[in-house]
Design a protein around this ligand. Structure first.
Ligand SMILES: Nc1nc2c(c(=O)[nH]1)N[C@H]1C(S)=C(S)[C@@H](COP(=O)(O)O)O[C@H]1N2
Ligand SMILES: [Mo]
Length: 388
């Protein structure tokens, strides 16, 4: 019993004493995310009717369960538009068509022969928002760089637009001026030449060492590190390369942001496609160990290095939080912790904000008021907790 109550901090310290190093003050960042004996402090702002799972399509990650850098595949937030197509991995062929020297039909084994590397990448759906922020996750993916696959097909100089189709599709009423057409629409997204041939985009067949699950897009998906979830085409079946910009529903219409910007002193409404992730941090979990309180949070962004993350308690000042060095991969999410000193019984509000090395500061909700559509909601989210 007594042993159980020892925290891992004690055990770590003990180990170091045994090793003859004397009593070292272990810096906070060297400690595991959760120690033995930690218990959760309840949030009071989670609605009673939350649907964590909406079978078969959608699941929210309960961020209160985050206890390490990687999200288990069966907890990863998940969503899609046309259900889950079933694809036989053995019969699967990735088609590469259009402006290439050699059209291709590549099996998973063919892809693995081109290359196999790991990529740590987190992402969130562009519709992810507080207080739950559960449409997200962080994984170690295995796959091959898109560029090396495209190079094997030989991209022609005229190629401008790279369109990625999933195997999923659905009938939609598509509007054009005053006309409406009922057509079968594929899930499609595109990247321009510069992005498609950059080193980052990745074709993944595994997450955390296991083949992708059906939800995650088995057997193959695109990942565009640092970009919102929608760019990561699941059940990838075809890459078609053309000259003209692709303006399909999920590229140009459904996933766009309508936002007013002050340009030269004038408010201009911009409509932009959802691409790179905006700088976001949120508080995921608050734990207690004896009279010690710890706040755990997540940072997601486009890979720009993070300069700082801070936490504010009630009306107090912003206080520096500590980045967890186990989450330092460029495109992975980052975890941070904050030792909450002097926590008193009762209701409290906690909020975090991140700043990147370009000087970008995570906005307040008020600063996002001119954004009319709810996608790309990266504002600071005040969370409410109750200390017994
Ligand atoms: N083929 C296909 N890919 C898709 C989608 C889809 O509907 N069809 N949805 C996108 C969206 S909106 C998101 S947020 C992510 C979700 O990926 P996940 O379920 O692995 O979290 O997949 C993206 N890729
Ligand atoms: Mo999404």
């Amino acid at each position: 019993m007594l042993m159980n109550q020892r925290t891992r901090r004690d055990i770590l310290k003990g180990t170091l004493i045994v090793a003859g190093l004397g009593v070292l003050d272990i810096p906070e960042w060297a400690l595991p995310v959760l120690a033995q004996g930690d218990t959760d402090v309840p949030f009071t702002d989670i609605p009673d009717n939350v649907r964590w799972e909406t079978p078969p399509d959608r699941r929210l990650l309960d961020v209160r369960t985050i206890d390490g850098p990687f999200t288990p595949a069966d907890k990863f937030g998940t969503t899609q538009h046309y259900g889950h197509p079933t694809i036989d991995a053995a019969a699967f062929r990735l088609k590469i068509s259009g402006l290439v020297d050699r059209s291709k039909q590549l099996s998973l084994d063919d892809l693995k022969k081109i290359g196999s590397t790991d990529l740590v990448a987190g992402f969130e759906c562009s519709g992810n928002r507080g207080p739950l922020n559960g449409l997200c996750g962080n994984g170690r993916w295995t796959g091959v760089s898109l560029k090396s696959v495209l190079d094997s097909a030989g991209v022609k100089p005229a190629a401008r637009e790279f369109v990625f189709f999933g195997a999923d599709h659905g009938e939609e009423e598509v509007e054009w001026r005053a006309q409406k057409f009922k057509i079968d629409v594929p899930f499609g997204r595109s990247l321009n030449r510069e992005k498609a041939l950059s080193p980052e985009p990745f074709l993944a067949w595994a997450l955390n060492g296991q083949p992708l699950t059906k939800h995650q897009g088995a057997p193959l998906r695109l990942l565009v590190p640092g970009w919102y979830g929608v760019c990561n085409v699941k059940w990838l079946s075809q890459i078609h390369i053309q000259e003209d910009a692709y303006t399909g529903k999920y590229q140009s219409r459904w996933y766009r942001t309508i936002r007013g910007e002050m340009i030269d002193g004038e408010m201009k409404y911009m409509e932009t496609a959802v691409t790179h992730m905006n700088l976001k941090s949120f508080i995921a979990r608050v734990t207690k160990n004896g009279d010690q309180y710890k706040v755990l949070g997540v940072i997601l962004n486009d890979g720009t290095p993070i300069k700082s993350v801070e936490v504010k308690v009630d009306e107090g000042p912003w206080q520096p939080a500590t980045m967890d060095p186990s989450t330092k991969d460029k495109y992975g999410w980052k975890l941070f912790t904050y030792q909450w000193k002097g926590a008193t019984p009762g209701a409290h509000t906690l909020v975090s904000r991140a700043t990147d090395t370009n000087g970008k500061v995570q906005p307040t909700a008020q600063e996002l008021e001119t954004k009319k559509s709810f996608l790309e909601e990266n504002s600071q989210v005040p969370r409410k907790v109750m200390i017994a």
